[in-house]
Design a protein around this ligand. Structure first.
Ligand SMILES: [Zn+2]
Length: 294
């Protein structure tokens, strides 16, 4: 099987629409789509279904509707709705530039039913090289992709999200993204809180990685650039806590918007401290304890 022939699982509505389904129709669309048997489609076949105006569910749901029935997912959608009037309009061309700059290219791109010349609305579908079957990983991929684009609809990261088809052209790029690439991109999205130079020095000397190894225990995945811990010390979920070696930062992708940054941000999140309290705690407690251990 060549790469372009690879297939992905997706749930597709049996009914096609020539325009955007209205409020009354949406419930039926969701029920039909997510109760359907998942199809094994190539990107070309999926593009055809979408171009016929059929809705689809990238997350595979088994045993009924609702995010709790989510089982696996290989494609992820980002909606650029240009609804934020305070930001400049993002065109498909500019969105593609963002994709290229981050080395994360979509498999499909299409303008939605309600797109207009004045206000372009479009959807990028990204394909992973393998399906994710873990809720933590799903959230990491979904929120990282959405955060890449300033005009993206930030609310579309839920597991049971469905997407409508279109009455416009569907561009097939058929690119694939790896989970490791997503993590690399997510690491660049974290801006640690600004602090004083003296503190930066202390932080640079501090072995955050070793500290986390002791605090978190079991490691799910470890590469040259990051470590994924089994148990998240912040939200308690599995596989949603990442340590980025190069920047010495962490991120929890947990359900409540997540948390991320330096050891100071970590102490703020795990001990419910203000930034000032966390800095004091770091100097007086954390550093002293790790010094004694040496
Ligand atoms: Zn977490």
């Amino acid at each position: 099987m060549t790469k372009t022939e690879s297939r992905i699982l997706v749930q597709v509505d049996s009914k096609a629409y020539a325009q955007k389904p209205n409020g009354k129709e949406i419930g039926g669309v969701k029920t039909r789509t997510q109760n359907s048997t998942a199809k094994n489609l190539t990107m070309e076949e999926l593009a055809t279904e979408i171009g016929q105006g059929k809705s689809f569910s990238p997350g595979i749901l088994e045993g009924g509707l609702g995010a709790s029935n989510w089982k696996e997912q290989q494609i992820f959608g980002v909606d650029i709705d240009n609804n934020d009037e305070t930001l400049p309009t993002l065109t498909p061309k500019e969105a593609m530039k963002i994709c290229k700059n981050n080395g994360v290219l979509p498999a499909l791109c299409y303008k939605t039913f309600s797109s207009s010349k004045e206000k372009p609305k479009f959807r990028l579908m990204f394909k992973l090289n393998e399906p994710v079957k873990d809720e933590g990983k799903r959230l990491i991929v979904a929120s990282t992709l959405v955060t890449l684009f300033p005009q993206a609809d930030k609310s579309c990261v839920n597991a049971d999200r469905i997407f409508f088809g279109t009455n416009k052209k569907v561009a097939i790029l058929n690119k694939t993204v790896s989970f490791d690439k997503i993590l690399e991109v997510s690491g660049k999205q974290i801006a640690p809180a600004k602090e004083l130079t003296e503190l930066d020095k202390l932080k640079a000397e501090f072995d955050f990685e070793n500290f986390l190894n002791e605090a978190c225990g079991k490691i799910t995945r470890k590469t040259e650039t990051y470590i994924m811990y089994k148990n998240c010390p912040i939200c308690g979920h599995h596989d949603d806590f990442i340590y980025y070696k190069k920047s010495r930062t962490f991120k929890c992708f947990g359900a409540h918007g997540g948390a991320g940054g330096s050891i100071i941000d970590y102490l703020m999140a795990t001990r419910n401290l203000s930034q000032k309290q966390a800095i004091d705690y770091f100097k007086l407690e954390t550093l002293q304890i790790t010094k004694k251990q040496k």
